[in-house]
Write a protein that binds this ligand. Structure first.
Ligand SMILES: Cc1cc2nc3c(=O)[nH]c(=O)nc-3n(C[C@H](O)[C@H](O)[C@H](O)COP(=O)(O)OP(=O)(O)OC[C@H]3O[C@@H](n4cnc5c(N)ncnc54)[C@H](O)[C@@H]3O)c2cc1C
Length: 492
């Protein structure tokens, strides 16, 4: 088939390459050119598992190496990235320095990997996206950059199928006048962001008595600073640059520089982190970062997730979701004649359910941010869903994973939890309500809790603990002995 892919972010380029490897005739069209700045940098274990599956299925050995920090550094030292050992959260209070109190901690660390070698990465998108474009070209994709795509151009290209990978650029939405579905989204946030040089380490600025040792060094992670106005992400790259942004529930007054100074001034420990740090490009503010359409596919076209919907950077869902969609579309294009109408309807329904799921999970988290114990409990729904999916994918090697629902969609235990949690959080008022919410989460995730999450004795510090996994072999439907013999797959 002749396929036109509009947009050459990592997702459009990788999909174009998968299709070219399958023997399709692919043209990749880009409005801008590479290298170029892009946001959306923090990868996750589920993203890396999909990269590894794509690598195996289509012979893309670079994707295999990019799926783990140690392999990436050894093979592609020139592609800049950051070590990501897990998810770090702190709750800050206006006018007060952050204090780590061992018993009522406002610090949560959830390890995603047991060591640096097989850890995840933050992707410096300028480098990584450029790599994926070059790899697509090397696989036979025809690439045209600085190209403003029009309906006439697509006609002239005689494309049988159009993939919209234009992200919020919304190419297909404009071509087909697809209505927005933004009104159905619960999440509403704006973004103040840049890349910075000279951001200090949290452990160096936190006041005495400092931080009790965690399962990994706190800063080598996707770091989330929760504040009254929303939260800040901070992603540290190995070459000393940090990507950081405040994600805000309400606009703060002033220019981006004034907003930045105001927020750093209000939260002294965050202020200390950025004391002396220099933005590498002007700070920018985007008022509402969500977008959502009513359709993701139809006869002769399909969208990648970022063209269809975006919720929020919280929980780093974008890269993993995009890769999952590439995997699904790749499988559909392996079929003689390409995807049928039914296939595309299935793809459309999957993306719709998943966009709702991400939205509910994130909206619940915003509600829960007021109290850190609530937030940490709600976050356990995310960690239970992704860790259960990850362990199953690592141990059970089922090719159908491509179509298994993202973040527990379709799982009879996990599927409804983000919605139920959001509903409950709206009614939490008293300390007794909080305790009952935390108990509810603990019980609700128990049938999928393979990692010992929601354990008060952990005091918010969760390492990758294979002993806990072995104890919970029944949750995975495995005997103790078969789980033990499968453990090497987790360390690969
Ligand atoms: C603030 C923020 C933080 C995020 N943080 C994370 C995170 O930590 N982890 C995570 O997993 N995800 C994150 N995401 C999501 C992540 O950015 C996306 O999942 C990812 O960028 C999707 O990549 P893509 O290639 O589909 O689209 P994009 O990266 O958006 O690329 C789209 C490409 O299409 C081109 N284009 C647009 N319109 C046209 C047109 N008409 N014709 C031709 N070309 C066109 C653009 O120039 C661009 O090159 C974040 C997103 C935001 C907004």
């Amino acid at each position: 088939m002749r396929v036109a892919v509009v947009g050459s972010g990592f997702a459009g380029s990788l999909l174009a390459r998968v299709l070219a490897v399958q023997g399709h005739d692919v043209v990749l069209l880009e409005r801008g050119t590479h290298p170029r700045f892009a946001i959306g940098e923090s990868s996750t274990p589920l993203a890396n598992l999909t990269l590894e599956r794509l690598a195996r299925r289509y012979g893309l050995d670079d994707c295999y190496d990019l799926a783990a920090h140690g392999r990436w550094v050894a093979r592609f030292p020139e592609l800049r990235r950051g070590l990501k050992r897990g998810f770090t959260f702190y709750r800050h209070h206006a006018g007060r320095p952050f204090v780590s109190d061992g018993s009522r901690t406002e610090r949560l660390l959830v390890a995603a990997s047991p060591n640096d070698h097989i850890a995840d990465n933050h992707w410096l998108r300028a480098d990584v996206d450029h790599h994926f474009v070059r790899a697509a070209v090397a696989s036979g994709v025809e690439y045209r950059d600085r190209t403003e795509v029009t309906a006439e151009m697509l006609k002239a290209l005689r494309a049988d199928f159009v993939m919209d990978a234009s992200g919020p650029g919304g190419f297909m939405a404009r071509q087909l006048a697809i209505p927005s579905a933004l009104r159905r989204m619960h999440t509403n946030s704006g973004l103040l962001f840049s890349h910075f040089d000279g951001v200090r380490l949290f452990s160096d600025v936190v006041p005495p008595p400092g931080l009790p040792p965690g399962p990994y060094p706190d800063d080598w992670a996707a770091v989330h600073h929760i504040i009254e106005e929303g939260w800040m992400y901070s992603l540290r790259f190995d070459h000393g640059v940090t990507s950081a942004g405040f994600v805000l529930k309400r606009r703060v007054a002033g220019t981006p520089e004034q907003q930045w100074r105001y927020l750093l001034g209000r939260y002294p420990t965050v202020g200390a982190l950025f004391d002396g740090a220099k933005p590498l490009m002007p700070l920018a503010y985007k008022p509402r970062i969500q977008h959502r359409l009513t359709r993701a596919a139809g006869p002769g076209w399909a969208m990648l997730p970022h063209a269809y919907a975006f919720v929020d950077p919280l929980f780093s869902t974008g890269i993993a979701w995009s890769l999952r969609a590439i995997e699904r579309l790749g499988l559909l294009f392996e079929k003689e004649g390409g995807p049928t109408e039914q296939d595309l309807a299935r793809y459309d329904a999957a993306l719709s359910d998943e966009a709702d799921q991400i939205d509910m999970l994130v909206a619940g988290a915003y509600h829960a941010m007021a109290r850190f114990d609530l937030f940490a409990a709600h976050a356990m729904i995310y960690f239970a869903a992704v860790s259960f999916a990850e362990i199953r994918q690592r141990l059970l090697k089922d090719e159908e994973f491509a179509w298994s629902g993202f973040l527990g969609v379709g799982d009879p235990t996990l599927g409804g939890l983000p919605r139920a949690s959001l509903r409950r959080l709206r009614h939490v008022r008293t300390p007794a309500d909080r305790r009952s919410f935390i108990n509810w989460v603990t019980n609700a995730i128990a049938p999928r809790n393979v990692c010992g999450l929601a354990n008060p004795a952990a005091h918010g510090l969760y390492p990758v603990d294979l002993d806990v996994l072995v104890q919970r072999h029944r949750v995975l439907g495995m005997s103790r002995a078969s789980l033990i013999s499968a453990l090497p797959a987790l360390r690969a």
